[in-house]
Write a protein that binds this ligand. Structure first.
Ligand code: CA2
Length: 164
């Protein structure tokens, strides 16, 4: 069975590339989705890509991934800084959970600096712009030990499972 990755995007990310390009860049969420779909083909995985402004909807999507998806990649956006509900939902999911932020949250103002959801994540990628989603996909598949043979050995890492 093909490896399945759920990619979740939190509130206001539907405005990427439309407002505040000086912070989040010119790329739209639609373009990010297309780039993830292209990467999925290359990696031999299938993806489900969602955006929601509603915390409960994101919780339900994470719950629905249980037993059906192998990894979750999530940009929780503003919920990163507030959501115990997302932390609890992420803890239920056993597979790799990679948090992505387009901007480098550590270089941001006090309000945008302290992600609490990262405590329930396997790894966090921030500051790489939209490329962070692709880096997260590669890392998730590597961690699952499912990188295809077509990926050069140098990108497989030192341990098949990706564990440190
Ligand atoms: O850098 C990221 O990906 C963030 O998760 C984006 C969040 C922000 O609260 C985090 O600190 C970092 C904000 C998403 C809001 O997206 C907008 C897009 C266009 C215009 C306005 C907001």
């Amino acid at each position: 069975m093909a490896t399945k990755i759920m990619i979740l995007n939190g509130p206001n990310l539907n405005f990427l590339g439309i407002r505040e390009p000086h912070i989040y860049g010119p790329t739209t969420l639609k373009e990010i989705k297309a780039s993830c779909e292209a990467a999925a083909k290359f990696l031999g995985v299938t993806i489900a890509f969602h955006q929601s402004n509603l915390e409960g909807e994101l919780v339900s999507l994470i719950q629905s991934a249980h037993g059906k998806f192998d990894a979750i990649i999530m940009n929780p956006a503003a919920y990163s800084f507030t959501s115990i509900a997302l932390i609890d939902a992420l803890k239920i999911f056993e597979g790799p959970k990679i948090e992505v932020h387009i901007s480098n949250i550590h270089a941001r103002d006090e309000l945008h600096r302290h992600s609490i959801t990262s405590s329930a994540s396997t790894a966090v990628i921030c500051g790489l712009g939209p490329y962070g989603y692709l880096a997260a996909m590669l890392a998730a598949v590597q961690r699952l030990g499912k990188l295809p043979e077509s990926i050069p050995p140098a990108l497989h890492g030192l341990r098949p499972s990706g564990k440190a």
